[in-house]
Design a protein around this ligand. Structure first.
Ligand SMILES: Nc1ncnc2c1ncn2[C@@H]1O[C@H](COP(=O)(O)OP(=O)(O)OP(=O)(O)O)[C@@H](O)[C@H]1O
Length: 675
């Protein structure tokens, strides 16, 4: 109920005029309120009857427009969904590169005002031209434009959006997360495959003068591993590889045959893949052969090194499966992935006083079975050529190089005289565009020099890379190259000899340090019971009454019985100081100078340890024999762990007779000291 219903005048009734004396009812009431509150503009607004009606109309109209807009938007979205195709291209996938090149050629990014500028290098970047060629040749200008772009191609409207990767953009990036979203407005599903085929064709044409080499890089925070780094090398003619006659041609022929007979493979039910292993000394042309073949076949190379710590089985499998058909998958120095046992134990030693590493070192997180799976198991992709190179073929597991995984093995040798001759001719005749027909005299002269040069090169002593290095020193002086070859050979031999001696000394020093280091390590780091499955500081208990060891024989050999399952090995040591021996597993056997040496187990495989008896042993020094694991992956069986309690050394009482000085070539007899 209002004041008007009651007939009572509100207190502001006296104000119920606008001074014109014609305001009545609701309008006049509002007018009064407005005036009362000092809002004269409201008073003015409501001073006319039709204003509210107009406002209402306006409101209605606005609502209708907005509803229409939303309806249109909704319809457009439905239309777009039905009559457009959208695809995402992620960086690291080969198709991403095709599309980026396509867009660069279509000048889609040309309106960009944001660039990443980097000095030109062999690393491929999708830069755009900013002006004259001469200004562009020093740097790459890579747009970092991210706004949607609309352009037309082949009668289709295409919209492009790009999301930046975790780094500076696709060309710079080593992060794998940049993406391109492409929407084609069309009913026709074929449009997309047409565009993709065109992008790939352009990519191949543009790449043709080069060989693209894709490598894996350390991933950012994004999951998985992708081929984000691409380097371009100029194509190398096959003729520039100097091998024994017919070698490279036969690999090329084999590869071509493989590519052309895909149907045959399918019909025969044989997986369509081919593996080659190129092995031999460094610098003999293994990698160069692969690059030249890739150029010849028009293939790209996807190369990785298993020794880079960030590749494990999972990422290897992912990376390998994203390699497109008709590419070369290359693993260089494949032996590095699985070092031999000796290598592992060498690497383990860090120097005197260092604690043993917590786990045995590995050069690769890839396992042999992971690699085998990628090569021919469930994870392998077909239609690819696999190449592996190694300097040490004997280190490779037989499973890795069996037919089906490696179908052809090609051995590379140090340079023969034939190769030396051919290399000389390449340097001084062919590489300089020598026209044999126009200048037969000169050609003949070079031939004679090549003959002289090759006669001066001893067969299979130097690598082709060595010879190349020498010829580069006199690249415009063939006479000098031919006449100076003998002197060069001699110099090389002298240098090698000196290097070998230095190496020998270094090895001796290393061995010595290793012996001392082992003793220190095992002295300072006795492994806690059961916590050292890879060796490391466990000592055999020496307690009274255990079976004494056999006496050392006249050659100084000791047989230490080990508990079952520990394997065997050999080693040397010095009785009067800390001595070291290598054997099956980590097991420290204390020896009290020349006296007591016991092990708790009696029926077990034997370990031969030869002890050098010092000329004048110091009876006050306790020595210890440390048995270092030669196979750190063999854990000490849990059943024998209790037998390996840290020994109460002082309790060692049994006596072991070491050989007398006479029996080991003149050393004086060690004195007998009670344990
Ligand atoms: N047979 C060869 N013909 C032509 N050039 C060669 C040959 N061998 C080596 N070279 C040259 O020596 C250099 C090293 O060659 P490359 O890398 O191919 O050797 P590699 O056998 O793969 O060596 P590594 O085992 O150390 O990887 C290159 O510059 C290459 O041009």
């Amino acid at each position: 109920m209002s004041f008007y219903d009651t007939g009572i005048q509100p207190p502001w009734a006296g104000l119920n005029t606008n001074g014109l004396g014609n305001d009545t009812g609701l309008t006049g009431w509002w007018h009064s309120i407005s005036r009362l509150m000092g809002m004269s503009f409201l008073a003015t607004m409501f001073s006319q009857q039709g204003y509210i009606v107009d406002s209402m109309r306006l409101l209605l109209l606005g609502s209708l427009v907005e509803a229409g807009r939303r309806l249109f938007q909704w319809l457009m979205e439905r239309m777009r969904f039905q009559y457009s195709i959208t695809a995402q291209f992620s960086e690291g996938d080969p198709a991403y590169d095709w599309i980026v090149l396509f867009l660069t050629q279509e000048k889609v990014w040309r309106r960009s005002r944001d660039f990443t500028v980097t000095a030109k290098s062999s690393k491929r970047k999708w830069g755009i031209k900013t002006g004259e060629e001469e200004f562009d040749e020093n740097a790459d200008y890579v747009p970092t434009y991210e706004l949607p772009q609309l352009f037309s191609w082949g009668g289709y409207w295409i919209e492009i959006k790009r999301s930046k990767g975790s780094y500076a953009g696709p060309a710079m990036s080593s992060g794998p997360s940049a993406s391109i979203y492409m929407t084609i407005y069309t009913w026709n599903m074929k449009a997309f495959s047409l565009l993709l085929a065109e992008a790939r064709r352009r990519y191949i044409d543009t790449s043709r003068p080069h060989v693209n080499i894709h490598t894996l890089e350390m991933p950012g925070f994004s999951p998985g591993m992708t081929w984000t780094s691409v380097k371009r090398k100029p194509r190398r003619p096959l003729s520039s590889i100097v091998l024994e006659e017919g070698v490279i041609e036969s690999i090329l022929q084999d590869a071509r045959d493989f590519i052309d007979t895909e149907d045959w493979y399918i019909e025969a039910g044989i997986p369509h893949r081919r593996g080659y292993l190129l092995y031999g000394p460094p610098g003999t042309g293994k990698s160069s052969t692969i690059y030249a073949l890739a150029g010849e076949l028009g293939f790209e190379i996807y190369s990785l090194s298993l020794s880079s710590g960030f590749i494990d089985d999972y990422s290897l499998q992912r990376a390998a499966s994203s390699i497109p058909k008709h590419s070369i998958f290359l693993i260089e120095d494949i032996d590095c992935a699985f070092p031999s046992r000796e290598e592992e134990s060498d690497d383990e030693f860090l120097g005197p006083g260092y604690p043993p590493p917590p786990v045995p070192p590995r050069r690769s997180a890839v396992t042999l079975s992971g690699l085998l799976n990628v090569l021919d198991g469930v994870d392998s992709e077909e239609g690819k050529i696999f190449f592996a190179t190694t300097n040490y073929v004997d280190r490779l597991d037989a499973a890795l190089i069996r037919p089906g995984r490696i179908d052809q093995k090609v051995e590379y040798h140090l340079a023969t005289r034939y190769q030396a001759h051919a290399l000389f001719m390449r340097f001084f005749a062919e590489a300089h565009g020598e026209d044999t027909e126009k200048n037969p005299e000169h050609h003949k002269h070079i031939e004679q020099l090549a003959e002289k040069f090759s006669e001066g090169i001893p067969a299979e002593e130097f690598s082709t890379a060595d010879l190349q290095g020498y010829l580069l020193l006199c690249k415009r002086k063939p006479e000098e190259a031919a006449s100076g070859v003998e002197e060069w050979v001699q110099k090389q031999r002298d240098e090698r000899k000196a290097r070998a001696e230095r190496e020998k000394k270094r090895k001796l020093k290393y061995e010595e340090a290793k012996r001392k280091g082992d003793a220190m390590r095992y002295g300072y780091y006795p492994g806690p019971m059961g916590a050292a499955p890879y060796g490391g500081g466990l000592r055999t208990p020496i307690t009274e009454g255990t079976t004494p060891l056999p006496t050392a024989d006249s050659s100084g050999q000791l047989q230490i019985p080990l508990p079952p399952g520990l394997g065997s090995g050999t080693g040397t040591g010095t009785a009067a100081t800390a001595v070291t021996a290598t054997a099956g597993v980590g097991l420290g056997v204390p020896i009290s100078n020349d006296k007591s040496l016991e092990a708790s187990a009696s029926s077990s495989p034997a370990v031969d340890i030869s002890l050098d008896v010092p000329e004048s042993p110091d009876p006050s020094v306790d020595g210890s024999v440390v048995v270092v694991p030669s196979n750190p992956t063999t854990p000490i069986p849990a059943s024998i762990l209790p037998a390996l309690q840290p020994p109460p050394i002082a309790a060692a009482t049994s006596t072991l007779e070491l050989p007398t000085a006479d029996s080991v070539g003149g050393a004086s007899s060690p004195s007998q000291v009670p344990g």
